[in-house]
Design a protein around this ligand. Sequence first.
Ligand SMILES: [Zn+2]
Length: 67
Amino acid sequence: MAEPVVPTDPQAEAAAGRGALWLGPDDLRRLADHCRCPEDAPAEVTERCLRPRFRARAALHRGGPIG
Ligand SMILES: [Zn+2]
């Protein structure tokens, strides 16, 4: 069973110190696929790299106005 889609709450995101990043599909694809972490990078580095790539991929997957 798929998890319900929970819309982003702009106030909660702002309270967490997060800001919106508006990118077009080409930039999102580049961000989603862009990783130059060396194989021996510490987990902290790879996790920091993974977060924006995951968000970019999720934004592409959701489609919406950028289809
Ligand atoms: Zn990386």
